[in-house]
Design a protein around this ligand. Structure first.
Ligand code: KG4
Ligand code: ZN
Length: 322
């Protein structure tokens, strides 16, 4: 089986999958509560917590798959992009396990990992497709032609990522961190046409979410506290509608451009109820595989070039897009 390890941000995660892509265990320990009081992820705090959690989480994954390290034939680990200290914790753990068992290791790009969440059984999605990757750190439109190759980037965000826009909006609305799921929840009770929050139209297939965030900021500033309380659901619903509209519009335009009707959505924002409902024909990553997890990293490892023992000992992590 393949062991996946993911520690690029604030989730410590380990998973076991079969060589055919069936998930045997998928353990995710979120640090969100730890970072909530700071309103965002504190890198050094994240690294230290990963260090405490990485081995128990791997142990937990092995136990829930009724497996031992003897069953692991390949280790797949996220080497970037992400928080460098956080990445190094997972990488060191993965190297130590692979080295001690003399098995190969596959370095996995976190974004390719999100795409590979679609290649897991039982509902694997076969390329080619146009993929919207929307997470807390990235918003990308990718032309995915095969499972192993590097997809062509058709568009990305010029400023905030879609998830970041949700998180910043949630903060303005007093909904805590991370806020995407909280906005999603409260928006169900609100009127999405109550406020008009336009999203900037930039040329091509790129996105820009800084304007919509500023529009929300000024609206919130203009409301008295009790008014904000009363209008919170309407604000959340309208704000969510603006972001989802921008995502859907650009995704459909990019799909038309490359001449495909096959659209897939991955990443934390793919969990959003309105986005899922607005793209009914799209292949959507299953909910537990949208936000960061290690099953998607193990899945990407299936299609990566493994580095054989002990060639990976000098492998490094990288913070930004390679
Ligand atoms: O993919 P992910 O777990 O981490 C990154 O690689 O960044 O994405 C996390 C992001 C956060 O910004 C979070 O607010 C957002 O995904 N998110 C959502 C929902 N669930 C998580 N955004 C909108 N609606 C949701 N239901
Ligand atoms: Zn992610």
């Amino acid at each position: 089986m393949i062991l996946g390890v993911e520690t690029s941000c604030d989730e410590t995660a380990a998973a076991l999958i079969t060589p055919e892509g069936e998930v045997l265990a998928n353990v995710v320990s979120s640090q969100a509560d730890l970072h909530a009081r700071y309103g965002g992820v504190v890198p050094e705090v994240a690294s230290r917590r990963h260090l405490e959690l990485v081995l128990p989480v791997i142990r937990d994954a092995l136990d829930s798959a009724s497996a031992t390290l003897d069953d692991v034939e390949l280790v797949g680990v996220t080497t970037g992009p992400g928080l460098i200290g956080a990445l190094l914790v997972g990488l060191a753990a993965a190297k130590a396990i692979a080295w001690s068992r003399r098995i190969p290791l596959a370095a996995v790009d976190h974004l390719r990992g999100h795409v590979a969440s679609l290649f897991l059984e039982p509902d694997a999605v076969e390329p080619p497709f146009l993929c919207l990757l929307a997470s807390g750190g990235h918003t990308l439109l990718l032309d995915v032609r095969d499972r192993g190759g590097r997809p062509r980037v058709l568009g990305s965000t010029l400023d905030d990522a879609a998830g970041e826009a949700f998180d910043k909006g949630a903060r303005l609305l007093g909904l805590g961190y991370p806020g995407g799921a909280a906005i999603d929840r409260i928006a169900r009770e609100g009127d999405p046409s109550a406020y008009d929050f336009p999203v900037a139209r930039v040329p091509g297939f790129d996105f820009s979410f800084s304007g919509v965030k500023t529009a929300l900021l000024y609206t919130v500033r203009g409301l008295a506290p009790d008014e904000l309380e009363r209008r919170r659901a309407d604000l959340a619903a309208s704000y969510q509608r603006a972001i989802v509209r921008a995502l859907v519009e650009r995704t459909q335009a990019a799909a038309a451009e490359i001449g495909t009707e096959r659209i897939a959505v991955v990443g934390g924002v793919a969990a959003n109820t309105e986005l899922r409902a607005t793209l009914p024909g799209a292949a959507l990553a299953p909910l537990p595989l949208c936000t960061d997890n290690a099953a998607m990293i193990a899945s990407a490892a299936r299609f990566a070039d493994p580095i054989s023992y002990p060639g990976y000992l000098g492998l490094d992590a990288y913070a930004s897009l390679a």
